[in-house]
Ligand binder design. Structure first.
Ligand code: BGC
Length: 255
């Protein structure tokens, strides 16, 4: 499962699932561009961790909800690391607001950071991969909620539903260029996006009870799947989503 000689970009790559993906890709030998918008120190620290694994890393301060920033991220990656083989569209936020509560500003922010960034990240990465002429892999970090409504998290679920279709649409259009597009649908993961749940023992009890393995995932358990999906072993996966949720999506607690 070696990624030696490959270059990857991870958007939102300095925290949560993104950080674990950065380390898993580097652990398999890839050089990584770590995109971030906040916490430069965490990025620098992560760059050192990647270097300690024997790989190269660069940190790029880019707001991936802006197409010009995405282009800059790809240009810097190619300039400093030589090429682009794996694009991981990971950056994401949620507002935990319902259909009735969600404001226009919240809706737009979630859609821009989660879905617009993945759409144009896919488009611009694919153009670079096509120019290189040796194919590539695009991995969209979605959620169980690309398929499964989550009451009280409306815009988030919409954005992930959009990512689901992006993965399928782009997989069909880019397949002929030997670029595969795969979604990853994590369940509940112990990351900063879930801080309010992690800090609430009552909520944790209900959540853990709903998960067949009885616990949230650690970010590394998502990172390792992404490293496999980036490798040659996953060469025939395209236009589909791999759910990494311990069966959460299929469980109906209390019924
Ligand atoms: C959401 C979390 C939620 C989890 C399981 C994730 O996609 O970001 O807020 O706890 O799904 O429902």
């Amino acid at each position: 499962m070696s990624l030696k000689g490959k270059v990857a970009i991870v958007t939102g790559g300095n925290s949560g699932i993104g950080k674990a993906i950065t380390l898993a890709l580097a652990g398999a030998g890839a050089n990584v561009a770590i995109d971030y918008v906040a916490n430069e120190e965490a990025t620098e620290d992560l760059e050192k961790q990647v270097a300690a694994l024997g790989d190269q890393a660069i940190g790029v301060d880019a707001d991936v909800s802006k197409v010009s920033d995405l282009q800059m991220l790809i240009d810097r990656t190619v300039k400093e690391l030589g090429r682009l083989d794996v694009m991981v569209n990971n950056a994401g936020i949620e507002t935990r607001t319902s259909v009735l509560e969600t404001t226009e500003a919240q809706y737009e922010k979630v859609m821009e950071i989660n879905l617009k960034s993945a759409f144009f990240g896919t488009q611009l990465a694919a153009k670079q991969m096509i120019a290189q002429g040796s194919g590539g892999r695009i991995i969209n970090i979605s959620s169980v909620h690309e398929d499964w409504p989550m009451p009280g998290n409306a815009a988030y679920c919409l954005s992930k539903g959009g990512m689901r279709m992006l993965t399928r649409q782009a997989g069909l259009e880019l397949g002929p260029h030997n670029i595969t597009v795969v979604g990853v649908g994590p369940g509940a993961v112990a990351t900063p996006i879930n801080t309010s749940t992690l800090e609430n023992p009552e909520k944790m009890k209900v959540l853990d009870a709903a998960i067949p393995l009885g616990r949230m995932a650690q970010p590394e358990e998502i990172g390792s799947v992404v490293a496999f999906l980036a490798s040659d072993g996953a060469s025939y996966l395209n236009a589909t989503t791999v759910f990494v949720d311990a069966g959460l999506m299929h469980s109906s607690p209390g019924l």
